[in-house]
Design a protein around this ligand. Structure first.
Ligand code: PEP
Ligand code: MG
Length: 576
C-alpha cells in the first residue's frame, strides 16, 4: 500500500531521491506498527525466527562472560526463548492477523503482561520484567538498532536514512558513507543539519512526525525535498512521475550550466559577487563548478566534529591552505568557530543541547572570548593562511562593540606573537563580523567603524528577531524572511556599510533563495554567499535584473512598509 507523509522539504537543488529505507533508531527501540501483505507472511516469520536465534546467541555470549553464580538469570531468559506460549502467540499474530513481527511481539507482550498483572503472588508478578526483557531483546534484533556511527559505508551507501533527529555531525557521516537522502521526525529547515543537507546536495525532509513507526526497513522511499513529501511503496504511476521529474531536473541543470562562464552582471551593468558557503573542504570543487567567485562563508566548526580531540593550529593551517590552493587566487572568508546550538564536538565544553537554551547560551564568539585557548590557535592559523592567499577573518554572533573590541585585541595579540616568532601573515588581512543578532544590526554603524566588512546571517537574525527557534519544526511556518522587522534590520546594516563605506554581504540562507534575489538587489546587496547548488539559480535572476528599476520599487516598499504586504510585493517584483 502506498503511504504518503508530509514534512518540511529541504529545498536543495537536487531535492529528490528514491531508495530503500534504513531506519535509524539511534540505539533506541522504536516499534513499527505495520500490517503486512499476505504474501509477506513467510518472510516475516523467517525474520522473526532469525531474531529469536540472534537473541539466543547474544544471551549465550553474555552467559559465557559472567561469573557462574549469576548465570541462572540468563538461563531463565534462555528458557523463555524456547517457550512455545511466547513464540507461538507471535507466529499466530503474524500468520493470521498479518502483523509485522515487531508489532506482533508487542501485542503478545501486552497480553502476557496483562495476565501477570492479575497474579497475586509477588514472585510470579516480578517475572513480568523477565518476559518484557526477553521480548525487547528479540525486538532489538528485528529493529536493527545499531547507532549511525557504528554503521559503515556498506550499510549506508544507497540508503535513505530515516531517523528521529540528526545532528550536523551525523549528516556529514551520512554523506561520507554514501547515504542518498535523509528524513527526520524532528528539526526545522534552518537547523545546521538542514543547511548542511542543502549545501552537500543531500535531498532531505525534516519534521515528519512518527514516520519511523510506519516504515519497514528496506521499503522503497521517495524523498521529495521540494514539497516535503515522503512516499513509501509508491505505485508505478507515482514512480514514473518522479523519474520524469528527475529527468527534467537534469535537463534544467544542463541549461543552467551554460551560465557558469558568463560574467555576473545585471542588465544595467552592475557587477554582483556570487560566492559559495563551504562546510567541508572537499566541496570547494562544487563551488568552482558553479562558478563561485570565492568562498563567502567557511563554517569551520565542522573541523571539530566526529572526533574526540580539538584541531590544533597546524591542522587549521593545513586545512585552510589546502582550500586556498584549490581556490586559485579566489578569496575565502573564514569564520571563527561557531560551536554551540546544534553544532558541538565531543571535545567541546560549551553550551550544548543539554543547556536550557543553547541558542541563547555560550555560543560562537561568546565561547571564544570566554575560552581564548579555543580561539587563539584558530586565529593564528587564519592569519598564517593569509600569507598564502586572499583570506578574510569573520567573527560570528557578535552582539556588541565590546565583543568586537575584545576579539580585535586578541587578534592583535596573535599578530604580535607571530611577529615575535617570525611567522608570515598579511598584516592587512580584512577582519569582519556577521550581523545575525538584532542588537548588532541596530548598532551596525558603530560595529562597522571598527571592522573591514560585515556579512548578514539571516538564519540567526530571523531566529533572534522573530523569537523562533530555528531547530523547532513546530514554529517553522513563522520563520519569515520578509517580516518587516527583518527587512528593516537588513536595510539598516546595508546602510551602515554604505556610509563608511565597507562591503556588506549576506551569507544566510536568504541569499541563496532566488525568490529574494531581486528584493535584495533592490535593497543594495551586491555580495551574496550561498550553498553552491543555488548559485546558478540566483545568477539566472541577477542576469535578468535591472538594479535601477528594482531600487525604485524597493524604496517605495520601504516608504510604505507598514501598509504593503512584502510577500505580495516580492511576487510582483519577480513577475516584472
Ligand atoms: C546565519 O545565521 O545566517 C549563518 C549564516 O550562520 P549559521 O547558519 O552557520 O548559524
Ligand atoms: Mg549564524
Amino acid at each position: 500500500m502506498t503511504l504518503a507523509f508530509q514534512g518540511i522539504g529541504i529545498g536543495s537543488v537536487q531535492a529528490i531521491a528514491l531508495g530503500p529505507a534504513l531506519i535509524d533508531r539511534g540505539g533506541q527501540l522504536s516499534l513499527v506498527q505495520a500490517e503486512i501483505a499476505s504474501e509477506e507472511v513467510p518472510r516475516e516469520l523467517a525474520r522473526f525466527e532469525l531474531a529469536v536465534e540472534a537473541a539466543r546467541q547474544s544471551l549465550q555470549l553474555v552467559r559465557a562472560q559472567i561469573p557462574r553464580e549469576l548465570t541462572e538469570f540468563i538461563d531463565a531468559h534462555l528458557l523463555m526463548l524456547e517457550d512455545q506460549v511466547l513464540l507461538e502467540g507471535v507466529r499466530r499474530l503474524v500468520a493470521d492477523e498479518h502483523c509485522s513481527a515487531e508489532w506482533a511481539l508487542q501485542r503478545h507482550l501486552d497480553s502476557l503482561l496483562a495476565v501477570f498483572e492479575q497474579m497475586e503472588d509477588p514472585y510470579l508478578r516480578a517475572r513480568r520484567d523477565d518476559v518484557a526483557h526477553v521480548v525487547h531483546q528479540i525486538q532489538r534484533f528485528l529493529s536493527d538498532t545499531a547507532s549511525l556511527a557504528e554503521r559503515g559505508e556498506s550499510e549506508l551507501s544507497g540508503y535513505v536514512v530515516v531517523a528521529q533527529d540528526l545532528m550536523p555531525a551525523d549528516a556529514i557521516l551520512l554523506r561520507q558513507r554514501g547515504a542518498i537522502a535523509f528524513v527526520t521526525e524532528y528539526g526545522g529547515p534552518m537547523s545546521h543539519t538542514a543547511i548542511l543537507a542543502r549545501s552537500l546536495g543531500i535531498p532531505a525532509v525534516v519534521g515528519v512526525h512518527s514516520i519511523s513507526r510506519y516504515l519497514r526497513a528496506g521499503e522503497l522511499l521517495i524523498v521529495d525535498g521540494h514539497t516535503g513529501t515522503v512516499i513509501a511503496n509508491a505505485d508505478e504511476r507515482i514512480l514514473d512521475d518522479y523519474r520524469a521529474h528527475l529527468r527534467t531536473f537534469a535537463a534544467r541543470q544542463g541549461r543552467l550550466g551554460a551560465l557558469v562562464q558568463r560574467p555576473t552582471r545585471t542588465r544595467d551593468g552592475f557587477e554582483i559577487q556570487l560566492q559559495a558557503n563551504l562546510e567541508l573542504p572537499e566541496d570547494v570543487e562544487l563551488a568552482r563548478q558553479a562558478g563561485a567567485c570565492g568562498i563567502g562563508l567557511y563554517r569551520t566548526e565542522f573541523l571539530y566534529m566526529n572526533r574526540p580531540d580539538l584541531p590544533d593550529e597546524e591542522e587549521h593551517l593545513a586545512n585552510y591552505c589546502a582550500i586556498l590552493s584549490q581556490l586559485e587566487g579566489r578569496p575565502i572568508t573564514i569564520r571563527t568557530l561557531d560551536l554551540g546550538l546544534d553544532k558541538h564536538g565531543p571535545a567541546f565544553k560549551g553550551s550544548g543541547p543539554n543547556m536550557s537554551n543553547p541558542a541563547l547560551g555560550l555560543r560562537a564568539i561568546r565561547l571564544c572570548l570566554k575560552e581564548p585557548e579555543l580561539f587563539i590557535p584558530q586565529v593564528r592559523a587564519i592569519l598564517r593562511a593569509s600569507a598564502f592567499g586572499p583570506v578574510r577573518l569573520m567573527l560570528p554572533l557578535v552582539t556588541s562593540i565590546h565583543e568586537v573590541e575584545r576579539a580585535l585585541a586578541l587578534i592583535v595579540e596573535c599578530k604580535r606573537q607571530l611577529d615575535r616568532e617570525g611567522l608570515a601573515y598579511d598584516s592587512r588581512m580584512p577582519i569582519g563580523a556577521m550581523i545575525e543578532v538584532p542588537a548588532a544590526a541596530l548598532t551596525a554603524a558603530a560595529i562597522a567603524r571598527r571592522l573591514d566588512f560585515l556579512s548578514i546571517g539571516t538564519n540567526d537574525l530571523i531566529q533572534y528577531t522573530l523569537a523562533i527557534d530555528r531547530l523547532d519544526e513546530s514554529v517553522n511556518d513563522l520563520f519569515d524572511p520578509l517580516h518587516p522587522a527583518i527587512l528593516r534590520l537588513i536595510r539598516l546594516t546595508l546602510e551602515a556599510g554604505r556610509a563608511l563605506p565597507i562591503p556588506v554581504g549576506m551569507c544566510g540562507e536568504m541569499a541563496g533563495d532566488p525568490r529574494f534575489t531581486r528584493l535584495l538587489l533592490g535593497m543594495g546587496l551586491r555580495e551574496f554567499s550561498m550553498h553552491p547548488g543555488a548559485l546558478l539559480d540566483v545568477k539566472e535572476v541577477v542576469l535578468g535584473s535591472e538594479i535601477a528599476a528594482l531600487s525604485r520599487s524597493v524604496d517605495h516598499l520601504f516608504e510604505h512598509l507598514d501598509e504593503i504586504d512584502p510577500a505580495q510585493f516580492v511576487a510582483n517584483l519577480n513577475a516584472l
